[in-house]
Write a protein that binds this ligand. Structure first.
Ligand code: BEZ
Ligand code: FE
Length: 268
């Protein structure tokens, strides 16, 4: 026999109370409940339940984006993080020449501590992003790299303006999203982790102001402090932006890498 679990009991009872209230308030019919149950069975058989709950209904985002006071808001890793990216001591995140359709982008900023405002000594940014067509390099380390932070807290890297991309859905998940009128396109963003020694006090992603889908991100991961304006950059003929990072105490607990659809296959 399974032992009683107080936490499961507390959460399950609360969710059921809320569901029952919704049934009354929305006047949900018995037929509708049966149809929903059949749908959930199909979803389970297709092994799509975890992606739907975590990602497409953005439930994980509620906790993954909970920051600490004054610190830069943390964010989802998504499925495309790849450990072991090379150090880019010249700040160049891309390998080879830029595709002629891509727009060069220079990102500058500082990394400081919320507690005293001082630069964080020994920090390194582990950056990964999609290219100008919305594609991540899963074979190599193009547009991935470790960017050193200088002793005055400043950093700079040279990259390309990323494009947004579509999270692939399938089967019963697609049916539900279509009925909900929800698309799967993520707004253009750049991911980073801040490593200090063997600690990773922050994992976040920042967004390109003006990008499509900022107001309708399917994973509900856009926060105002993470939306960054770009400006014309006379030096490169492309764009530049500034993203200052504030590290708050205790902001790295319980971070998990499971924030991408299984359909995509996490890289590690
Ligand atoms: C992302 O942050 O890139 C991401 C997050 C969840 C699902 C797919 C992508
Ligand atoms: Fe991403």
């Amino acid at each position: 026999m399974t032992e009683q679990n107080d936490r499961v009991a507390e959460v399950a009872k609360r969710l059921l109370e809320d569901a029952r209230r919704a049934v009354v308030e929305l006047q949900i019919t018995e037929n509708e409940i049966h149809a929903a149950a059949v749908f959930l069975d199909r979803l389970g058989k297709a092994e799509e339940f975890s992606d739907l709950l975590d990602i497409f209904l953005a439930v994980t985002s509620v906790v993954a984006l909970k920051g600490s006071a004054g610190g830069t808001t943390p964010n989802l890793a998504g499925p495309y993080y790849k450990a072991g990216a090379p150090e880019r001591s010249d700040g160049r995140l891309y390998e080879g020449a830029l595709n002629e359709k891509e727009i060069p982008l220079t990102v500058r900023g500082t990394v400081s501590s919320v507690s005293d405002g001082e630069p964080v000594d020994g920090a390194v940014l582990d950056v990964w992003q999609a290219d100008g067509a919305g594609v991540y390099d899963s074979d190599g380390y193009h547009l991935r790299g470790q960017i050193p932070v200088a002793s005055d807290g400043s950093y700079v890297f040279h990259t390309v303006l990323p494009e947004g991309y579509e999270i692939p859905a399938k089967g019963p998940t697609t049916e539900l999203l279509e009925m909900m009128g929800q698309h799967n396109w993520r707004p253009a963003h750049i991911h980073l982790r801040v490593h200090v020694g063997d600690q990773t006090p922050l994992q976040t992603q920042f967004f390109i102001d003006g990008a499509d889908y900022l107001d309708s991100d399917p994973v509900d991961a856009v926060r105002s402090d993470l939306v960054v304006k770009t400006y014309d950059d006379a030096d490169t003929g492309g764009k530049r932006m500034t993203f200052d990072i504030r590290l708050a105490e205790g902001s790295a607990d319980e971070r998990t890498d499971h924030h991408g659809p299984k359909a995509l296959g996490a890289i590690s």
